[in-house]
Design a protein around this ligand. Structure first.
Ligand code: SF4
Length: 354
């Protein structure tokens, strides 16, 4: 981005803030935005009256501690291969972690796609293979298609521990909570699937603008400028900055695949608690792929890591640097909470770049 373009966006933000005439509090929901903002030093370009807080858009971070404990229990099942995305490996449990379990001898493999996990199951038919399915609307359609493929092909040694979550119900819960917000930068990748229209209801009910935004510095600055201009003009609703990828209607085919395998269900979020309709569960005809049932995994009572404030960070109530453990007891080498582990975690972003 040229200095002239940067100044143009900065001027748009200053002009809008001047018309609003009071401080504004916005949230970037997505962890990829959080990292881009920190990496490119965009905060320095914001007017002082603008506060941009990070939200719950890191799937590893919002997975509740009780679910991490269940993953650890699953890793201890004799003969089982656990397949997971890499970030989950280092998330601390109360007394262990998947990484620790792997050191202790559990067979835990990092994969880049659920298809890789299915390939492991086909290669080792005598072993049980479980894929830890976490992620938002971006990941869920791919996982759904792999689940359907496993069912149709009769791959009997493959199952899923499903922890998928949906973004709009979490935004709705935030607006009903104590975090005062004037607008949202909505996640670009999620919006490609669900469309900008998915935010219409909450934008109307709470009279806030939502801008589906891309990931380049210019995209983010334009998204923030669009939010401020909407507030200055008292326009609520859903808008698109990421015009090259996001459509109002999203990607209906991806959603169709997602809802062939999954149904909406209540889900527990770290920091946000239980939110109705905010998660995905396997449909009844795919119940045989449910690892929780297959291994009779017990429910684990809600539990917190002592001293960790990730829940407050994920609700936008606490800046990472204001956590007492930030940068001393908790660093990327010695993470206490998931927000310091994940490549999309806001504590990791602050530590690394700011
Ligand atoms: S600094 Fe560490 S302990 Fe504190 S909120 Fe962030 S991840 Fe959790």
């Amino acid at each position: 981005m040229t200095p002239a373009a940067t100044e143009k966006f900065a001027e748009r933000m200053r002009a809008a803030i001047a018309r609003i005439g009071k401080p504004v509090r916005l949230m970037e929901v997505c962890g990829t935005h959080t990292h881009a903002i920190a990496r490119h030093g965009l905060r320095a370009l914001f007017p002082p009256e603008l506060q941009l807080v990070s939200g719950p858009g890191c799937p590893v971070c919002v997975t509740p501690q009780s679910e991490i404990e269940r993953m650890i229990l699953l890793a201890r099942e004799p003969g089982t291969i656990l397949c997971t995305f890499g970030d989950m490996l280092r998330v601390p449990g109360i007394r262990s972690s998947l990484e620790q379990e792997r050191t202790n001898g559990a067979d835990i493999r990092v994969v880049y796609s659920p298809l890789d996990a299915l390939a492991v199951a086909r290669k080792e038919p005598e072993r049980e293979v479980v894929f830890l399915a976490v992620g938002f609307e971006t990941t869920a359609p791919v996982v759904a298609s792999v689940a359907l493929e496993a069912l149709e092909s009769g791959t009997k040694n493959f199952s899923l521990l499903v922890g998928h979550k949906l973004i709009p119900p979490a935004m709705d819960a935030l607006l009903r909570g104590e975090c005062q917000l004037d607008g949202f930068l909505t996640p670009g990748h999620v919006s490609v699937v669900i469309g900008s229209q998915a935010y219409d209801d909450l934008a109307r009910e709470f009279r806030v603008p939502c801008v589906a935004t891309g990931f380049e510095p210019a995209d983010i600055l334009e998204g923030v400028a669009m939010l401020l201009e909407s507030i200055a003009e008292c326009r609520s609703g859903s808008f698109i900055q990421y015009r090259s990828a996001v459509r109002p209607e999203g990607n209906p085919q991806a959603r169709e695949v997602m809802f062939r395998a999954f149904r909406k269900a209540g889900s527990e979020w770290r920091g946000l608690g239980s939110i109705p309709g905010s998660g995905l569960k396997l449909k009844r005809d795919l119940a045989s792929l449910d690892a929780a049932q297959r291994f009779s995994l017990p429910e684990v009572a809600p539990v917190e890591i002592p001293g960790c404030r990730c829940g407050d960070v994920l609700r936008g109530l606490l800046s990472p640097a204001d956590c007492p453990l930030f940068g001393n007891a908790c660093t990327p080498r010695t993470p206490v909470g998931p927000c310091m582990v994940s490549s999309e975690g806001s504590c990791a972003a602050r530590y690394k770049y700011e």
